[in-house]
Design a protein around this ligand. Structure first.
Ligand code: NI
Length: 169
C-alpha cells in the first residue's frame, strides 16, 4: 500500500465530474485501499478519488475516532433521500486549516457498491451522514465552500491566494 498525494483546492480535477466504475478490477481495489491508507495518515475522516488525482466515482470514509476502524469504501455512491438539515462545522483535506459551518441532512439513505461488487443500501445519521454528503459532493465536482455565502467564499479564496504566494498551499 502507499500514501497518495492529496491535491488542494485550485486543482481543476476537484471541479471535474467523475466517471462511474463499471468493473471492480484489481486496480480499483488497490486505489481504494491506498485512498483509505492516505486518509488515515492525513489524518482525515473522508477522501474522494478526485482528491488523489483520479476522476472515478470512489470515496472512502471512516468517522470512528481513536484508531478503532470502521471504514466505508463507496463505489458509485448515490444519496437517495435525506431529512432534517442541521448546521455543523466542516473541513476538507483539500482545504487545510479551513473550517466552516455547512448545513446538511442529519439523516440520509444512500446506495453504493462495495469492493465485492455488492449493492448496499444504508441509512446513516449524524457525522457519518455529513461525511457521506461531503464525499459524494466531491464526486460531482462540488466542494464544501460552495455552500457558503458569496462574501465568505471570496474571503476564503483571497486567503488561499495569499497562502499560495507564501508557498503555504
Ligand atoms: Ni473534502
Amino acid at each position: 500500500m502507499s500514501i497518495l498525494e492529496i491535491v488542494k483546492y485550485g486543482d481543476p480535477i476537484l471541479r471535474k465530474k467523475t466517471l462511474e466504475v463499471t468493473e471492480i478490477t484489481d486496480e480499483i481495489k488497490k486505489l481504494a485501499k491506498n485512498m483509505l491508507e492516505t486518509m488515515y495518515s492525513a489524518p482525515g475522516v473522508g477522501l474522494a478519488a478526485p482528491q488523489v488525482g483520479s476522476s472515478l466515482k470512489i470515496c472512502v470514509i471512516d468517522v470512528v475516532p481513536n484508531g478503532r476502524k470502521r471504514p466505508f469504501i463507496l463505489i458509485n455512491p448515490q444519496i437517495l433521500s435525506g431529512e432534517n438539515k442541521i448546521e455543523l462545522e466542516e473541513g476538507c483535506l483539500s482545504f487545510p486549516g479551513i473550517f466552516e459551518p455547512v448545513k446538511r441532512y442529519d439523516k440520509i439513505t444512500a446506495e453504493y457498491i462495495d469492493l465485492d461488487g455488492n449493492i448496499n443500501k444504508v441509512e446513516v445519521t449524524g457525522f457519518l451522514a455529513k461525511a457521506f454528503q461531503h464525499e459524494i459532493d466531491h464526486l460531482n465536482g462540488k466542494v464544501f465552500i460552495d455552500y457558503l455565502a458569496a462574501w465568505k467564499r471570496k474571503n476564503i479564496e483571497k486567503d488561499i491566494k495569499r497562502r499560495k504566494k507564501g508557498g503555504d498551499w
